[in-house]
Design a protein around this ligand. Structure first.
Ligand code: APR
Length: 312
């Protein structure tokens, strides 16, 4: 039987995720949105692209959650994106209600689905998804680290004039400006970044990575990034459906790892057919540990704000 992935929210990130996924030919796709006709139109357009790339993928759009029945994975992208001057946390109130509805409605149709969450503030929306759905922790993962690490890889590759294939970067922590790009574990062909780059250039790359989302928002002016977030989700979905046991930086629920508890936070998470199979722990330098604690504090404050807004 073919896999089925439903994407809730057929806006910029939702439809781009569908595009990247369709090219991989790993699942039939359903796009759901509240705007009438839009998910149907985008789905049909994408379906009509498939003959050109020789892919057999069924793609449908709907305003109705019944279309998502029997999904293996639900991707949540519904919600508002940032505008210039907004932080991801500014989206909390509006997006919490949207995500709650999406989780309730999809779970009725697909009681065994794994959730990949993209709506911001990402770490907290993943927490909300788990709590609202009363889901075990392995069935919810948030996309952020693949994107943040990809941004850092792009910047390092540009700086050194090497292939992106040679650059491995690992960004941990919450998906906010306090995220923690690891400068020693990240490397170029095995050479740690803090050995291959002068300190000022490395610091500039770390800073640009942290503010990478905001850089795109201020250029676009009307929304936030979608190509890179979309392909990051596609990689995670691919890892789950193919049971790859792929370790990616992603927001996972922590129960003691990194000294943190009852929080979704960006860590190396192993993804397979059961969702999050395992969380790996780095031996962090003191500076990194402090930065991670600071990032965790920021996510915890937003989680608490959520708890006072919505009963979870
Ligand atoms: N149910 C389904 N879809 C909804 C709902 C809902 N209750 N509420 C809003 N949507 C849809 C909107 O109609 C819109 O098409 O969600 C879509 C969001 O798309 P965009 O506005 O294009 O935003 P996008 O860039 O995709 O970002 C969505 O992902 O990366 C994060 O920060 C980003 O939180 C934002 C989310």
């Amino acid at each position: 039987m073919k896999n089925k992935v439903s994407i809730i929210g057929a806006g910029m990130t939702g439809s781009t995720t569908a595009h990247w996924l369709a090219e991989r030919e790993i699942a039939d796709l359903v796009l759901v949105d509240i705007v009438e006709g839009m998910p149907q139109g985008k789905a049909l357009d994408l379906l009509e692209a498939m003959p050109v790339v020789y892919k057999d993928v069924r793609i449908t759009g709907s305003n109705d959650y019944e279309a998502t029945a029997g999904s293996d994975i639900i991707v949540i992208t519904a919600g508002l994106p940032r505008k210039p001057g907004m932080s991801r946390d500014d989206l909390l109130t509006a997006n919490a209600e949207i995500v709650r509805k999406a989780v309730d409605s999809t779970l009725q149709q697909s009681p065994d689905a794994i959730y990949v969450v993209l709506t911001n503030p990402l770490d907290v929306m993943s927490y909300l998804t788990m709590k609202v759905g009363r889901l075990p922790k392995n069935r919810v993962v948030g996309q952020a680290g693949v994107l943040d690490s990809a941004r850092m890889r792009a910047f390092v590759a540009m700086e050194l004039g090497v292939s992106v294939e040679n650059v491995n970067c690992y960004v941990l922590g919450g998906h906010g400006d306090e995220m923690v790009p690891l400068t020693h574990a990240s490397n170029v062909a095995g050479i740690p970044l803090d050995e291959i780059l002068p300190p000022d250039r490395l610091e500039a790359i770390v800073d640009r990575t942290r503010k990478g989302g905001g850089e795109i928002v201020s250029l676009l002016k009307t929304g936030s990034a979608y190509y890179a977030p979309g392909v990051a989700v596609a990689q995670m979905v691919d890892a789950i459906l193919k049971d790859k046991h792929l370790i990616v930086p992603a927001a996972a629920y922590l129960e003691g790892e990194y000294g943190l508890d009852d929080i979704f936070f960006g860590v190396p998470a192993q993804l397979g057919r059961n969702g999050v199979e395992k969380v790996y722990e780095y031996k962090l330098a003191e500076k990194e540990r402090l930065a991670l604690d600071q990032s965790a504090e920021s996510v915890r404050q937003t989680t608490q704000a959520l708890q006072s807004l919505v009963k979870v």
